[in-house]
Write a protein that binds this ligand. Structure first.
Ligand code: NAD
Length: 477
């Protein structure tokens, strides 16, 4: 423990240990060794964070929006200068390759820059004719909970819009990946963010969420994580009627139509699916292929999956690193065994690699019965199922046959198939002839059990505002 890095809480503008002295180990997923510790917040630390956020609220919400925006833009610039070092830390904690970590940081930088650049415009009154207008008003203190899979970009997607809108934030970042939160908060501090506007805590997730959401100081809850935890938090938030933005799980289909160009579809799926070892809420997990293309697709997809170079995340030749934690390996094992017990075939991968670290190879399952758990439970890992279909109607029905509705993808050039799929797929985002996730300038949010509310773009900032309607006679100026 003596050489291990340690991460602290940031409360009221000061880095410090938890008042109870407790800390949580951080495990390197490539070695399974503890290599850092993160301070755990006690109830009194959380009370201090709440009081600090509340004290900062009035000044931050009434600060001119262009000044708030300038701080975010400066923070983006500062973060960009820290990127090389920060990417190494993220890769060591999370298991994604250094190139993936650097790419994720670049998106976080872009998100802060976007929020900063648009803060003034999105805080401005909106005219509704000569006698009415809408004044966007910050909703107040935000409790933000972020996960470990894309910790940099997911923190940015909560902090940047909330701060742009004029809301202070208490951030509980993932204990598995603390360095990212520390780098981001430090960049905001260096950029001139006043004390108390962002407080950062770690610790026991359930205790922290309960404590923060029990407080009437918190007016908005924003969470990214599993549907099960999202529902628990929404229940807690109902006591104080906190607004909720819930970005939850996904189980995304890709529909490969008869005219699809497999030379484009297969590499695109392979690259997007196996990034971050498949631990992405919008990664595709169920491939539906028009029957005439099925065998050809399966053979190309299997070959692509087998070719992926698995290895240590800091090896420049590695294309896919380990999974983030032991829980994910157990889930891969359980879902694969359940499917094969029911008669599914393993075309690639299918078993944990025999080496230290949480390594699970790209896995392709076929002949998966409809009641297999892998078709219903979010795999959140490098497992793909592949199945044939005969009609577009059947493909849409299969694509929609989970409780999730986050992302969906399809490959075709036929206008009628495009129209039917865009209209029929129950998803928050649909990508056509390529696979794309979130971006700084566009709204992203799920339907069904994938959550509600939006992050990204104008809608992401509006999530932290009330739209105050002003009625008046004569000029409102
Ligand atoms: P989990 O549901 O226990 O935790 C997910 C995240 O929520 C973690 O960051 C955790 O710290 C936090 N969390 C857990 N309980 C909490 C609570 N009571 N209050 C506040 N925060 C809480 O699952 P896990 O094993 O860490 O991750 C695996 C599952 O989580 C996956 O199956 C996937 O569904 C989901 N997940 C989704 C996303 C996403 O991007 N939507 C990201 C990470 C995890």
């Amino acid at each position: 423990m003596s050489n291990a890095r340690s991460y602290q809480l940031f409360i009221d503008g000061r880095w410090r240990a938890g008042s109870g002295g407790a800390s949580v180990p951080v495990i390197n997923p490539a070695t399974e060794e503890v290599f850092a510790w993160v301070a755990a917040a006690s109830s009194s630390d959380l009370d201090e964070a709440l009081a600090s956020a509340e004290r900062s609220r009035r000044a931050w919400s009434s600060r001119p929006a262009n000044e708030r925006g300038d701080i975010l833009v400066r923070a983006a610039q500062i973060l960009a200068t820290k990127m090389a070092n920060a990417a190494k830390h993220l890769s060591a904690e999370q298991g994604k390759t250094i190139a993936e970590a650097a790419g994720e940081y670049a998106r976080a930088v872009e998100t802060f820059d976007w929020g900063g650049t648009h803060a003034e415009e999105l805080s401005a009154p909106i005219s509704m004719g000569p006698n009415r207008m809408i004044v966007p008003a910050p909703l107040g203190v935000v409790a933000a909970f972020t996960p470990w899979n894309y910790p940099a970009v997911l923190i940015a997607r909560k902090l940047a819009p909330a701060l742009a809108a004029g809301c202070p934030v208490i951030l509980k970042a993932a204990e598995e990946t603390p360095s990212v939160a520390v780098h981001i908060v430090e960049a905001l501090r260096e950029a001139g963010l006043p004390d108390g506007v962002v407080n950062l805590v770690f610790g026991a997730p359930a205790q922290i969420s309960q404590h923060l959401l029990n407080s009437p100081i918190v007016t908005v809850l924003t969470f990214t994580g599993s549907t099960a935890v999202g529902k628990q938090l929404a229940k807690l938030a109902s006591n104080n009627l906190q607004r909720c933005i819930l970005e939850l799980g996904g189980h995304s289909p890709v529909v490969i139509c008869q005219d699809a160009d497999l030379t484009k579809a297969v590499p695109a799926i392979s690259e997007y699916k196996f990034e971050c070892a498949g631990q992405s809420c919008n990664a595709p997990s169920r491939i539906l292929v028009a029957r005439p293309l099925y065998e050809e697709f399966l053979s190309r997809m299997t070959e692509a999956a087998r070719k992926i170079k698995i290895g240590a995340p800091d090896d420049p030749g590695t294309e896919m690193g380990p999974m983030a934690n032991a829980r994910r390996i157990e889930a891969m094992q359980r879902l694969t065994e359940d499917a094969t017990d029911r008669g599914a075939r393993i075309e690639a991968g299918g078993a944990r690699l025999d080496r230290p670290g949480f390594y699970w190879p790209p896995t392709i399952l076929t002949a998966v019965p409809k009641d297999a758990k892998v078709l219903h439970e979010e795999p959140f890992g490098p497992i793909l199922t592949v199945a044939p279909f005969d009609t577009i109607e059947e493909a849409i029905e299969e694509a929609n046959a989970t409780e999730y509705g986050l992302a969906a993808y399809f490959f075709t050039s036929a206008a009628d198939a495009k129209r039917d799929l865009i209209g029929g797929l129950a998803a928050g985002a649909v990508s056509v002839n390529y696979l794309k996730g979130v971006s700084a300038d566009a709204p992203y949010g799920g339907v069904k059990q994938s959550g509600y509310g939006y992050e990204g773009g104008e809608h992401g900032v509006r999530s932290f505002q009330s739209l105050k309607l002003i009625n008046g006679h004569g000029s409102l100026g």
